[in-house]
Design a protein around this ligand. Sequence first.
Ligand code: SAH
Length: 284
Amino acid sequence: MTAPKEKRFPLSLSSVVERKESGGRGLGTASASTQTAMQNLGRDASGLSRPHPVSAWNPVKEQKTPVVNTNESPLVSEAVRRAMVARIAQQGVKDPIVLEAMRAVPRHLFLDSGLESQAYIDASLPIGHHQTISQPYIVARMLEILRQGAKLDNVLEIGTGCGYQAAVLSLIATDVYSIERIKALHELAKNNLRPMRIANIRLHYGDGMLGMPQVAPFDGIILAAAGMEVPQALLMQLKVGGRLIAPVGGRNQVLQLVERLSDVEWKSSVVENCHFVPLHSGVI
Ligand code: SAH
């Protein structure tokens, strides 16, 4: 068990906790249907006019982006990120801590410069090696479900990819461990996250299906790739009272929530349909 840390990733969560999510009105109609980027693009701009707390996110140096001044570029600006969060809220994600974390992480910094202008549409996008950065809505949805359990002292992510979700997780959990099986992506995530100086993420190169027994058990486990079933090792590495959220299936996938009820009991429920890249064993 890890003691809660005083010093965390530099987002002022106090500003979040007190905030009532004004986008919460009429959110009861959670949509599980697949959204296309263009639908979302055309939809809502209401989030733009809402007052938001000033961000404390301050990436040390936005080395990757060729954009001269990120804050002034209309394609990757704070306003565009807020609009993305407003769309996520419209789709039913209500947790203000999760929404604020989504607002705070600059997703464009995890993408190739050629894709930066698409960073805040609600779509998965290629990150190389036949893998994708997850769709913002599904990241938010999974984190909201994870947060409905016990306090998140430690969370394990399977499938680091470019590191985006790990960065969001770092704002809602005390310690984040993330495993990636493709060496090149593990390196990419390291490079993406380094300038952000996030103190509570540990990246590991390895087969996530085996989990991390050396630091288990976990309050939360989140899989960013779909297997035909949840790997047994991960079920065993969940704390009693902990939650695991994972896409499960082949062509047709569902988001599955597993709660560990006791040493020998797990409860599983289906949340909604989803679409993820496949979970593979071994490393490359
Ligand atoms: N978390 C990412 C999503 C990455 S896509 C984001 O922030 O958007 C899913 C990732 O899971 C891919 O990079 C893929 O290589 C990885 N993956 C698949 N099977 C894995 C395994 N057994 N262990 C670790 N990573 C795995």
